[in-house]
Design a protein around this ligand. Structure first.
Ligand code: URP
Ligand code: ZN
Length: 456
């Protein structure tokens, strides 16, 4: 009897809870059955392959204006690359203009994504100093399905401690989740000026102007502010042990603090800034890559549960735009691409290298990000969830390069990395996005997903 539209047969299902040898039946875009011997109108043999939830990347910057530049992946190219890498949902950002309402800005950004996105998406609302007088609007933004709010402690649009506190209080009242980019901007600016004043303008002075010690200080401060406001907190792109220690201490005391790290902090180190010419400028991002030795403790924190998510902070710029600022490291546009390779990088260097179990891999890349950010029907293989599914070949060899990747950018920090394991098929709500490694999706196929936090 044909009970399902599609059945993934004979694979090994991997969830955050364990592995299971069973078929997955899809009906009406949802997972409708998990059991042996299911039958469907379409049946796909997954013998020897892993079946995982679609991966969820909660930190991407697509066609995102930063200063005079815009990130080079738009909602089409970025989400196509994501789908090819097994990611079926992303969260991007909204920033309101000074005179614009938060809801207006959200609607504008939604319209932009709707035309082009391949996979489902949500948005974090950014709270800048202009938005402090608008904090009464936070509840409407949460009700519109955008319950997470980004705050910067760096850059010209950073918030001061009092503003962070006000914003956290408003978000707590509305049942939302504050997110923070934690760095100490005053110290960074001082060190940048000191270094530039004595001719230290090369990219290698970028990490030396943004010390791990002060990322730890900023994280500790924002954790304290969250405690004062009695709100949960999510910390973006943790790069070093100094932050992990603060998170672990807060969590040991019962404070609901959650955090992500990214492939660049797990796999790259600050020696890359010593490369000559443009090569040294390419890996500039904030927080910066850290010295060799900082990476392993981040893996260990993921395995222990003191870090919860691997996201990308995908923020691509052309090589020429990075190179154009070579005379002054502080002007190099910050950000690295990895929207396509994250899931497979985490497999090869996490599971393959014995640092993460299969379940921890799925938890960090799929389940936890969905749960923490309120994607209530994503990130799990369970009946009633969206049929966002990846069939992953754990033996597929891939050498990363701009030739093998589909991100719209002319360099990758992972050039030459040899992976074992890559997605073969990607499905979104039961629809094929990638079949046998070939992209078959359509622009506009992705939908805005109204997210609801467990606490709201
Ligand atoms: O350098 C980075 N990370 N660029 C993206 C914006 C941000 O700070 O998250
Ligand atoms: Zn950031």
């Amino acid at each position: 009897m044909v009970d399902y539209d599609l059945v993934l047969k004979n694979g090994t299902i991997v969830t955050a809870a364990g592995t299971d040898a069973a078929d997955v039946g899809v009906r009406g875009g949802e997972i409708a059955g998990i059991a042996p011997h299911l039958h469907g109108a379409q049946e796909i043999d997954c013998q020897g392959l892993l079946i995982t939830p679609g991966a969820v990347d909660v930190h991407v910057h697509l066609q995102y204006p930063i200063g005079s530049l815009t990130t080079t992946d738009d909602f089409f190219t970025g989400t196509r690359a994501a789908a090819l890498g097994g990611t079926t949902a992303v969260i991007d950002f909204v920033e309101a203009q000074p005179q614009q309402s938060l809801l207006d800005a959200l609607a504008q950004r939604q319209a932009l994504a709707a035309e082009r996105a391949i996979i489902d998406y949500g948005f974090h609302m950014t709270i800048t100093p202009h938005d402090i007088p608008k904090l009464a609007q936070v509840a409407d933004v949460v009700a519109a399905g955008c319950p997470s709010f980004k705050h910067y402690m760096a850059y010209s649009f950073r918030l001061h401690d009092g503003q962070l506190l006000q914003s956290f209080q408003a978000i707590r009242r509305a049942g939302g989740l504050p997110i923070v980019h934690a760095e100490n901007w005053d110290v960074i600016q001082t060190l940048v000026q000191q270094n530039l004043a004595i001719g230290r303008s090369d990219p290698r002075w970028h990490p030396r102007s943004r010390p791990a010690l002060m990322e730890g200080e900023a994280a500790g401060r924002v954790i304290n502010l969250a405690a004062l406001a009695e709100t949960p907190l999510y910390i973006f792109h943790v790069s070093c042990q100094a932050v992990v220690e603060r998170i672990a201490a807060a969590r040991a005391g019962g404070q609901p603090v959650f955090a992500e790290t990214c492939p660049q902090y797990l796999l790259l180190d600050d020696s890359l800034f010593d490369r000559p010419e443009a090569a040294g400028a390419l890996p500039v991002c904030a927080p910066p890559l850290r010295p060799l030795g900082e990476q392993e403790p981040l893996w260990m924190a993921l395995a222990r549960g003191d870090l919860h998510v691997i996201s990308t902070d995908h923020c691509p710029f052309w090589l020429a735009d990075k190179a154009a600022a070579l005379g002054d490291f502080s002007r190099i546009p910050g950000g690295l691409p990895s929207i396509e390779s994250r899931f497979a990088l985490a497999y090869t260097f996490g599971v393959g290298a014995g640092r993460l179990s299969l379940s921890q891999w799925v938890d960090c890349c799929c389940t936890m990000p969905a749960q923490l950010m309120g994607f209530t029907k994503k990130g799990q293989i369970a009946v009633g969830y969206d049929a966002d599914l990846v069939v992953f070949d754990p033996r597929q060899p891939v050498t990363l390069s701009t030739k093998t990747l589909h991100e719209n950018v002319d360099w990758t920090p992972y050039d030459g990395f040899q992976l074992t394991g890559w997605p073969r098929h990607t499905l979104s709500r039961g629809q094929w996005l990638v079949r046998d490694g070939q992209f078959v999706g359509q622009p506009g196929q992705g939908r805005f997903v109204a997210r609801r936090l467990a606490t709201t």
